[in-house]
Ligand binder design. Structure first.
Ligand code: CO
Length: 145
């Protein structure tokens, strides 16, 4: 495993629409392992592929209940709302208030291409929304509190 550099605000790569990940191979697994190392080292709760310069639709989340890898994730259900502070590893040392769904259901694939469903509430829902937004070039600062 190796730590990757996290792309910072101002880099165009954070504003691109990422493409579908089609290969579930060793290269993907290596990159996911590197992303986990990078996220834990930075003490983040999520990291998306474009944040390490890869314009593909995958991200990871760990809000303290275990690592989740999401390949080609899509939010299929949202309910409720929560308003709270949010930050991003690509925008160091800044936080602002963002309203998100209180709970979400996400359909995705795992690192081997198997279909998975992930549900999240509270912080986990917030992190899932935030990371999946990254895959469409959306940052939390785009939302008005
Ligand atoms: Co972020």
């Amino acid at each position: 495993m190796a730590k990757r550099n996290i792309v910072k605000l101002g880099d165009d790569v954070l504003r691109k629409i990422c493409r579908t990940q089609l290969d579930f191979n060793e290269k993907l697994h290596q990159t996911l392992d590197d992303m986990a190392e990078t996220m834990y080292d930075a003490e983040g709760v999520g990291l998306a592929a474009p944040q390490i310069g890869i314009l593909r639709r995958y991200c990871i989340v760990d809000v303290g209940d275990g690592l989740i890898e999401l390949i080609n994730p899509v939010i299929t259900e949202k309910s409720g709302s929560q308003t709270g502070d949010e930050g991003c590893l690509s925008i160091p040392n800044k936080f602002s208030t963002v309203t998100r769904p209180m709970s979400v259901t996400v359909r995705a694939q795992d690192r081997n291409g198997n279909n998975i469903i992930v549900k999240g509430e509270g912080l986990k829902a917030r992190a899932l929304c935030h990371e999946i937004d990254h895959l469409d070039g959306i940052l939390y600062i785009d939302y008005k509190g």
